[in-house]
Design a protein around this ligand. Structure first.
Ligand code: FES
Length: 127
């Protein structure tokens, strides 16, 4: 059901794990399937994402899309990463079965949530 690239990211996910000193943490869940995704970002003084990790309790597509999402935003600016779409994640994986596209939305939402958390923490610090 999955193509080779998806299988590769599913079997050997990149950037897996917790990040104790993360600058932003995003946790999202899919109410329908119950899958949960957590994304951690480390942001440097130039607003660049210097490191990113994730933890996903979910299906193969959820794991593959979170893995690919981390690859796509690593080394990017917060601004660029905030424009990541689930279509871009699916495209980078050379496609997903139609019934699994919603899983990629979870990855995009986790990135968005981690960025929102980072921005909120930064604003709090500035106060
Ligand atoms: Fe739940 Fe894929 S089935 S995220």
């Amino acid at each position: 059901m999955y193509n080779e690239k998806v299988m590769d990211h599913f079997m050997n996910p990149r950037n897996v794990g917790e990040m104790p000193d993360a600058d932003g943490i995003g946790e999202v869940g899919n109410a329908k399937c119950g899958d949960i995704m957590k994304m951690f970002i480390k942001v440097d003084e130039n607003e660049m994402i210097s490191d990113v990790t994730f933890q996903t309790y979910g299906c193969g597509a959820a794991i593959a899309t979170s893995s690919m999402a981390t690859e796509l935003i690593k080394g990017r600016s917060i601004e660029e990463a905030s424009k990541l779409t689930n279509d871009a994640v699916v495209e980078a994986l050379d496609g997903l079965p139609a019934v699994k596209v919603h899983c990629s939305v979870l990855a995009q939402e986790a990135v968005e949530a981690a960025i929102a958390d980072y921005r909120q923490k930064k604003a709090q610090k500035a106060e």
